[in-house]
Design a protein around this ligand. Structure first.
Ligand SMILES: *Cc1c(COP(=O)(O)O)cnc(C)c1O
Length: 392
């Protein structure tokens, strides 16, 4: 039988991280002492009051279909969040709850990007963006950045990449995988260019609350009515409330785009899980006491890891201002990032994600969403490995 895979599905890049990830899991299962720096999710548990709300919803029989774009009380809580925290006015009808922030991203791209449209994506990027653009029939246009600019794209770069086919610019600040946080001025400069050229912005703000050193998050939608009209905000519950497995994300968009996404979602996934949505209402409306504790813990780990990485031969690392990742430069050690990570796992039993998976050769992604004790152990091993490679 010749299973002919559609050309869109066949165009997807196989996940480079999968090889290392599945090997790390195998080694762990075999009882080996692997230190994992690969996690893309918080190591904290979902706060209890959020779990209680979902359990109660289940017990109360809240187990049926809901409106496909989410229950009204959750869409209202989300609209309230944007008003109070970001100064942005959205009607609940402009808010769509989806099955994870990733699903929200995919909905946005499907809604605005058609055959032959170009989508500008700064690299290092979250690895799903370009693949989603390809699935929608569009063309990803990658703008490389480096640690020299703290992994931020410049207004000149963005301007030069815009063509008559450019439909969307993807901005992710704070960033996965680099932890970069654009300043208010930098965001405005990029937003101004998009407004000037009629390019839409998908602003992935899922790490909004995970910022350090007094860095502040600014939404590009907040600068003016024109910025608001050009922006679709993607957000979710995965990171700041540690709800990755709940599969709940949301987006806020100008009305016609929200309407199109509502239609897409109603014909694909229908609603996100009913009782999970009840938990999410409480995530927004209930106590946020967990967050300062998590932030203090992340900040401690980040400082420790940043300082340790920079003390290793052949490794340099800009300090991240947000999220829970560091993106050290390993290019001086002379290995391709994929070979570096394969050998690091083999020889030192440390799992990290190669930069090339995010479109940036010469780097690694280190997630510090793991205990300080693990971080210390893993970095000791990484240091041994770096010393060997550097001959020191
Ligand atoms: C984690 C993450 C998301 C959303 O993840 P979900 O689990 O689908 O909610 C979106 N964007 C980035 C950059 C992320 O790291």
């Amino acid at each position: 039988m010749n299973y002919r895979i559609s050309h869109r599905a066949a165009s997807l890049a196989p996940s480079l991280t999968l090889v290392i990830d599945s090997k790390a899991k195998q080694m762990k299962a075999a009882g080996e002492d692997v230190v994992g720096f690969g996690a893309g999710e918080p190591d904290f548990d979902t706060p209890q009051h959020i779990k209680d709300a979902a359990v109660k919803a289940l017990a109360d029989g809240f187990t049926k279909y809901t409106p496909s774009s989410g229950i009204p009380e959750l869409r209202e809580e989300i609209a309230k969040k944007f008003k109070v925290e970001n100064g942005l006015t959205y009607k609940p009808s402009q808010v769509i709850v989806s099955c994870g922030g990733k699903h929200s991203c995919y909905n946005v791209i499907l809604a605005v990007c058609g055959e032959g449209d170009e989508v500008i994506i700064p690299a290092p990027y979250w690895l799903s963006y370009p693949e989603m653009v390809k699935l929608a029939g569009g063309t990803p246009v990658i703008l490389p950045t480096s640690d020299q600019t703290e992994f931020k794209v410049t207004p000149e770069q963005l301007r030069a990449a815009i063509t008559p086919r450019t439909r969307l610019f993807i901005l992710n600040s704070p960033s996965n995988p680099t932890g970069a946080v654009y300043t208010r001025e930098e965001i405005k400069a990029l937003g101004d260019i998009c407004v000037e050229h009629g390019v839409l912005i998908m602003s992935d703000e899922i790490y909004e609350k995970l910022v350090y050193d007094g860095a502040a998050h600014t939404s590009v939608a907040a600068f003016s009515q024109a910025h608001y009209d050009h922006t679709i905000i993607v957000h979710g519950f995965a990171k700041a409330w540690s709800m990755t497995g709940w599969r709940l994300g949301f987006l806020a968009a100008p009305e016609p785009i929200a309407k199109a996404i509502d239609a897409i979602q109603s014909h694909s996934t229908s609603n996100p899980t009913s009782f999970a949505q009840k938990g999410a209402v409480v995530a927004l409306s209930g106590s946020q006491e967990h967050l300062p504790k998590w932030l203090a813990e992340y900040a401690k780990r980040r400082s420790y890891a940043h300082q340790r990485l920079n003390a290793m031969p052949g490794i340099s690392c800009v300090n991240a201002k947000g999220a829970f990742y560091l993106f050290p430069n390993i290019s001086a050690l002379g290995l391709k990032s994929i070979d570096f990570c394969a050998r690091l796992l083999d020889e030192q039993k440390v799992a990290a994600v190669p930069g090339i998976a995010f479109g940036a050769e010469g780097y690694l992604r280190i997630s510090y969403a793991t205990s300080l004790a693990n971080i210390e152990k893993g970095l000791n091993r990484l240091e041994t490995f770096a010393r060997q490679l550097a001959g020191k």
